[in-house]
Structures are given as structure tokens and as C-alpha cells.
Design a binder for this molecule. Sequence first.
Ligand code: CA
Length: 669
Amino acid sequence: MRFRGALVATVVALFSLVAVRVTADEVAAIDDADLANAAASSGSWPAHGRTWSEQRYSPLQTLNVGNIAGLQLAWRHDTGTRRGLEATPIVVDGVMYTTTTWSVVIALDARTGAPLWRWDPKVPREIGQIACCDVVNRGVAVYRGRVFVGTLDGRLAALDAATGKPLWEVRTVPESGAYTITGAPRVMKGRVVIGNGGAEFGVRGYVSAYDWEDGELLWRTYSVPGNPADGFESPVLEEAAKTWRGEWWKLGGGGTIWDSMAYDPELDLLYVGTGNGSPWVRQLRSPGGGDNLFLSSILALDPADGRLVWHYQTTPGDTWDFTATQHIVLADLVIEGRERKVLMQAPKNGFYYVLDRKTGELVSAEAFVEVTWASGVDPETGRPREREGQDYSEGLEFVKPTFFGGHNWQPMSFNPGTGLAYIPAQEILGAYRRDPDFKPVVNEFNVGTDLNVFSAFGPSAVSGHLLAWDPVAQREVWRIPHGLPWNGGTLTTAGNLVFQGTADGRFVAYRATDGRVLWTTHTGSGVIAAPVTYALDGVQYVSVMAGWGGAFAQIGGPAALGVENGPGAILTWALPTSAPTAEEFEALITREGEDAAGERLYHVWCSRCHGSAGISTSGIPDVRGAPSKLGVGFDAIVETGISGTGMPAMGPYVDAAERALIRRYLESR
Ligand code: CA
């Protein structure tokens, strides 16, 4: 093999080449035990938040503070989209299952990124008009050989994990009504649980459970009461209706359960977070006041029948779009000498809540970002102490946090080793003013506030940071400023690591204890999704979907924030393994061709400065197609460098044959 001698010297990017073994009976055989126990499935990422506790903590420590600086790109899969990628991939049995825009499901070889199958639910494109925050999807659930996904147009589908063939499909939303699904389903005890969104468009929130085998609807629980004239679905909703005034049902009421869920198998409780009211303005929605149960709440449900066991409302009578749909994390913490089974959430309203997850009792709540709408949370009643005037009933008000939240859907993580939660936090000043001309329009954006006020404000008054928070002491331990808000979700590991992607396209590893930056790379697109980690054949991988979009894209997106935005991709990194054998190298060339070798060489020698896949996100030139543009200059530049620019002479590292491979790869970009 021509290039073998030279390449063996540069093998650092060559990873395990073991082919993935896929057979129908052993694929994705995840059961309840796998989902309950973090240690039992340490090499995989079997559920949305890794386990039912949703901690997004991995016990893997092959990657750790001592070696993380050597992390290199193992593979990259381009999704072919320029809209938001928000999914957390599931990785089991060597296969990665994830979603891209328009609810498309893909399965990839988790070792190489090679596509295995793809399922396009063919969502009608007009649904995009009622998607508040881009045509995104946050991922699938995998259970007993099946892959479950909620589609933007409100379907729940079960696919064969080995082939991607649909096995059943049900419609989970009414034919009329502006419902959408962007959240990932969760599965427990054979029940596939799925919610939906659309509160801005005037819908009534609910969550449904379906039988995993045949898609039969097992139960449905509404988060807000409907029209009393139609009768209440439960005594609980009849009670809840007493906290509403006027004719709230005409605009749905809201309270959609569009993202967060967690499950405690011992207590057998399913926790879901509910969203804001519809419309936002409390005086329009429920004239005369009231708490408007169960808006902006955490609900504990019996997963057998959907019955409400307890509730905790974070923002009674919400008027700011302060959803409580943000990531819910379950943990056992020692608080004042007592081990407490707690549930934690850092919702949009800016307070970090620790609740007793058996009873719903408030343990503690403190502001994790600047909060102006309330002076604190009363420990006795569990209610916020709302500040005068901040409800903008008298006119324009500036409020923190805003409807983008002190923290939004981007998941936080919790590390039982450090005892810290890692929150993608943001500081955004909100301008609220009641729209004096508000008239609801069916299936349109009905919030009742003057959003132009915010547009006039612009993105200059916004920032984001990674926040390490001690939930026992309820205090900040460290923070890393990112400048821009709308950064990615987080992952933490037993290797004392925290990973996060950023709005400006970086992907960073931090020391979990103190936030020291240990490793940084560039993805080529703003990152909003949360990373995952998994191990195969002794190699630990870290993977994230990079693709800017979502709510911030609607107000100008990357351009307004000064971020260049390349196409979306799944990027996966690992430590280089030992040099491949001649047979392995030959297999690589034969199997994937010389283009693959060029791609790997580029990522060994060039991507650190010029960006992953040639996409530069800094001032350093973007080199896609550059060899043609430069003509004969390419070889000379690579050979001798360009003095004064930082471009080094690569002659000692890359020979002529390797240069040709890199050139060919870049020309193909
Ligand atoms: Ca909302």
C-alpha cells in the first residue's frame, strides 16, 4: 500500500475499525432495568437523560482530566440541514439513534458514523407555520428493539430498531388545533409517554401514554381544565378550574408538556414539566387573577393511569412565558444531615428548585440568574414573592429573566461525584408590554404582548454562561462566561469532566470541580444540543449534534449574534487508539476509499486551526475548495507554510502523497 509508511506515522486519527454487528434479535434490547440503573449500562446512552433520573451523568472515566487534551475527531456525519439540531442521541449496541429537522430519524454506526437507516415521517411542510421555535426534534426513545419518535405534526411512531421500518403509528393530537411535537418520548413499564407543544398558538396541554407493542392509548392527562360545560375529565381538574376566571378555554389555556420528564421506579412516579399560559398575559387569559393550575408546574403522575399524585407550581398565574418544562433531574442529596430523594429543576423563571420528589414539598429555591419579577420563594408556602409592577399591567416593564428564560430547554446535568449541577444559564433582559390591540386569531401566535418591544431592543443586552451550581447550599460554585446566550446542553462524567457546546460553535471540555478549560474544538455551527458519551471496544466516545436554530433563530439567529453558521452535523470524538495494523489500514482504504483517508489526514493536521471538515468559525481561512482556488500554491503553502500568519510548514509531517489526499478531500468539500 503506497501511503502506508507515511500514514502509520500519522495514525493518531485512525480509530477502531471493527465492523458493527447488527442482527434483529439483539439490537437495542433495552428494558426497564437498563433505564433504571446507570452502572448497569455504563457503556451506552440508553435514554434521553441517560437513565430515568435524567442526570446526564456517565460513570465512564476512560476519558478524564488527565487525557482529555488528546481528544480527536473520530467521525463526522453531515445532516444536510441548516436548521436547528436539538436531539440527544441514544446509543446502544454500537448504534446511534437520533433525529434531525422535520422529525427525521437516523441510525448510524456509533464507531464510524456510517449511516445504517433513515426514516422520514414526511411531515407536511405547512406545519412549520405553527412551530413556535423552528422545526426541531429532541430525539427518540429506544425500548425492546424499537425506536419511538414524536413527529412535528403530532404523530407517535414505533420503528424497528434494526431496519427503521415503521411498526405502528398513532395520531396523538386533534385534527384541528395548533399542536406540535418537538420533545423526546420516554418509556417506562411498557408505556411510551409523549407530550406536545403549542401554547403560544392557543392549545390545551396534555400528556399521553401508549402501549409500546401496539400503540394503544392507555391514558391521557390534561394539565389545565377545559370548558366546564363539557364536564371535567377528573375531580383534580374540577378543583383546578377554581383557580381560573373568565373563559380561559377559548384560547386553550396552555400548560403544554413539551419537553421534560423523569421517572422514579421506586416511588413509581412520572414527573413532567408544564408550560406557560395561553395567552401569556394573565389578565387576558384569566381576568381577575387566580393561580391558573397547572401552568408552569411540575406534576407527579402515576404512570399506570396518569393520575395526579402531587403538583408544585413554580410561577402561579404566570404572565411572562415562564415555563417549567426545563430539564428535570432526580438525585439523592444529603441536606441538613438527612438523605433526601429530590427532584431538581432550573426553569425559565430563574429560581433553582429542589423538591422532595415523594411529596412535592419545597426543600429550597434560590435565584441562579438575576431575577427581578420576584424577591424570592417563601419556604413555608413554596410561593414566589412577586414584585409590584413586574406583571406589566401598568405598561412597559423590563423583567429578568425573560421568555427566553434564565435557562431554557437545553438540558442541565448533575454529577453525583462533584455534587454540582451544570446549567446552560443566560442573562437576558426582557421587555414586556401588553398588546393594546390584541385579538386572538385561530391557530396563530396569540401571546397578547407586543413582541416588537423586544425586537427594538436587539441582541446587545444578552449573554450566556456555563454555571456550576451547588443544589445543597443553593449557591454558585463557578461560571464560564460565553458572551452569547442560547448555548448547548451539558454532559458530565465520572472522569471529572463537563462538556458543552456553545452558540459560537465551540465544543469544550471543562474540569467539573472548578471549570478549568481542558480542551476546545470548533464544530462549524452553533451548538444548542446536549452531548452524550458511550464506550465501545474500550474506546470512550463523546458526541454532539451541532446545528444552530430554535427560538433564537427566530429573532435573527446567528447573523444577529455575529455567529457564522455552517451546516448541521453529528461530531464524535475519542482518544486515538494505537496504530492500526497494515491489514486494518488496508481495510480502511478499501472500504472507504482514498477520500476517507484524506478526511482523516485533514483532521489530524489541519482541522485544529481551519475547523472541522474545513469549516472555519474563526478568522483563520475556511479551506473548503481552497486547493482549486490556490492552484499550485496549495502544495507550496502546505510544504513551507506562510510566514507571519501562523500557518506552519507542514512539510516535515505531510508528504506529497498525503498532501494529494488532503487536497482531494478539500476539493470535495
Ligand atoms: Ca412558551
